[in-house]
Design a protein around this ligand. Structure first.
Ligand code: F6R
Length: 366
C-alpha cells in the first residue's frame, strides 16, 4: 500500500497534486464558476448572508484562518475563523445572517460537531460543511456541503486534507465574491486558470524534497523552532509549527513576523532555528527587515522564498526558492515545504511518523 514511500505521511504529501485535481475537477471544468458545487440551495443561501463564521480544530482551523483573509479581501464579506472548542463555550453574539462553515477532514471531530450544534441552537440556519468524508456526521448535519477528494488520509498528521480544504475554501471565496458582484469575469477566468495550473505547481515544489531533507538534519538536535509568516501566510506558519511539534516533538511556535520585537525576539539565539515564509508580495520588504533582526541576534534562518525575492544564501541564512509568486494561491504552495521539513525532521529523530505519541487520527471525544 505504501509503494515507494516510507510512511503514509510521505505518500500523502506526494498525493497532493492528484488530490487537488480530484477536488477541483468539477468546479474548474468550464470557464465559469457555479455556486451549485456547494449544493443546489447554495445560490439562495449565499444571497442572504452578510458574514462568514468558520469553525474547526487543529489543521482544519489553520485552513479556515487562511480563508478569513481571502473572504474579506476578495469577497468583501466579514469573516472570522474560530477554534471550535472555544466557540461552543463562550457567550457569542449570534448573527442569523452569517454562513457558518465547519471544516473537517474526518467529519467526526467531537468539538467541531458540538460547535455546529451550538451554532444551530443559537439560530444559525445557513450551514456549510467542507469535509473529506462523505456521509460523515458533520456533512449530514449541514445544509450545504462540499466534499474534498483527498482520499483516505491515514497518517495522523493532516497534509493532503489541508491543501484540498484550502482549494475548496478558495472556490467558496470566489463563488461568494461573484454573487456579491466583487469578481470581474476577467478575474474569474484568471483564477480558474490558476487553479487548473495549481496541481502542476505543487508537483514542482515537491521536487525540493532532497534539499529540504538536508535542512531537516540540522533540526533534529534542536529543542525549539520559530516559524514566521505575514498576512495570509501567518496561518501557514502556524500549520508548519503544528506539523513539526506533532511528529518530531520539537517545540515550535509561529508568529506573524511583525510581532517578533514585541516579545519572541528575546528567545532568538544560535540554537533557535527560524523558519520564514517569504512570498514575493507587498509585505516582502517588511519581512526582510524582520529577518535581519533575527540574524542580528545570531538566529539561524531557513527561508522558503518565492523566486525573485533577492534574499541570498549567506552565513546563517539558508534560502530555498519555492515558486513564482502565486498570488492568492500562494499559501497552498508554501505549505508543501513545511510538511516536508517536519516529515524529514521526524525521520531524523526516528519518531513514529504516522502515529505520533498521544494523538489519534480522529478526535471523537471532547
Ligand atoms: C494535525 C491534525 C489535527 C486535526 C484536528 C481536526 O495534523 O491532524 O490537528 O486537523 O484534529 O481534525 P478534523 O479535520 O478531522 O476535524
Amino acid at each position: 500500500e505504501l509503494g515507494n514511500y516510507r510512511h503514509f505521511m510521505q505518500k500523502e504529501i506526494h498525493e497532493q497534486p492528484r488530490a487537488l485535481i480530484d477536488t477541483l475537477q468539477d468546479a474548474v471544468m468550464g470557464e465559469q464558476l457555479s455556486s451549485a458545487i456547494f449544493g443546489f440551495e447554495a445560490e439562495n443561501v449565499f444571497a442572504q448572508i452578510d458574514a462568514v463564521a468558520i469553525l474547526a480544530c487543529g489543521t482544519s482551523f489553520h485552513a479556515g484562518s487562511v480563508a478569513a483573509y481571502w473572504l474579506e479581501a476578495i469577497a468583501g464579506i466579514p469573516c472570522r475563523a474560530e477554534v471550535a472548542s472555544e466557540y461552543r463555550y463562550r457567550i457569542s453574539v449570534p448573527n442569523p445572517r452569517a454562513l457558518v462553515v465547519t471544516l473537517s477532514q474526518s467529519g467526526e471531530t467531537a468539538d467541531t460537531l458540538a460547535a455546529l450544534s451550538h451554532a444551530v441552537s443559537l439560530g444559525h440556519e445557513h450551514t456549510l460543511s467542507i469535509c473529506n468524508v462523505p456521509e460523515s456526521a458533520l456533512v449530514r448535519a449541514s445544509k450545504l456541503r462540499f466534499l474534498t477528494r483527498a482520499g483516505p488520509e491515514i497518517g495522523v498528521a493532516s497534509t493532503k486534507a489541508f491543501t484540498t480544504q484550502l482549494a475548496a475554501l478558495f472556490l467558496l471565496t470566489m463563488v461568494i465574491a461573484k454573487q456579491r458582484g466583487r469578481l470581474t469575469s476577467e478575474d474569474e477566468t484568471k483564477y480558474i486558470h490558476a487553479l487548473r495550473a495549481l496541481p502542476a505547481e505543487v508537483q514542482r515544489v515537491l521536487t525540493l524534497e532532497p534539499a529540504i531533507a538536508q535542512w531537516a538534519e540540522r533540526f533534529a538536535d534542536k529543542q525549539h523552532a520559530l516559524f514566521l509568516g505575514r498576512g495570509m501566510h501567518y496561518p501557514i506558519a502556524m500549520e508548519g509549527a503544528l506539523k513539526l511539534k506533532e511528529i518530531s516533538y520539537i517545540h515550535a511556535e509561529a508568529y506573524p513576523a511583525g510581532e517578533l520585537k514585541h516579545g519572541p525576539l528575546a528567545l532568538v539565539d544560535k540554537d533557535m532555528p527560524v523558519v520564514a515564509i517569504a512570498p514575493n508580495d507587498a509585505l516582502l520588504e517588511k519581512l526582510k527587515s524582520n529577518l535581519q533582526e533575527v540574524r542580528a541576534r545570531g538566529g539561524e534562518l531557513y527561508v522558503f522564498a518565492d523566486f525573485d525575492t533577492q534574499i541570498a544564501n549567506s552565513d546563517g541564512v539558508h534560502v530555498l526558492q519555492v515558486a513564482n509568486n502565486a498570488g492568492w494561491l500562494s499559501p497552498i504552495l508554501h505549505t508543501i515545504p513545511l510538511q516536508l521539513l517536519s516529515y524529514h525532521a521526524a525521520l531524523q529523530k526516528g519518531t513514529d511518523v504516522d502515529k505520533p505519541r498521544n494523538l489519534a487520527k480522529s478526535v471523537t471525544v471532547e
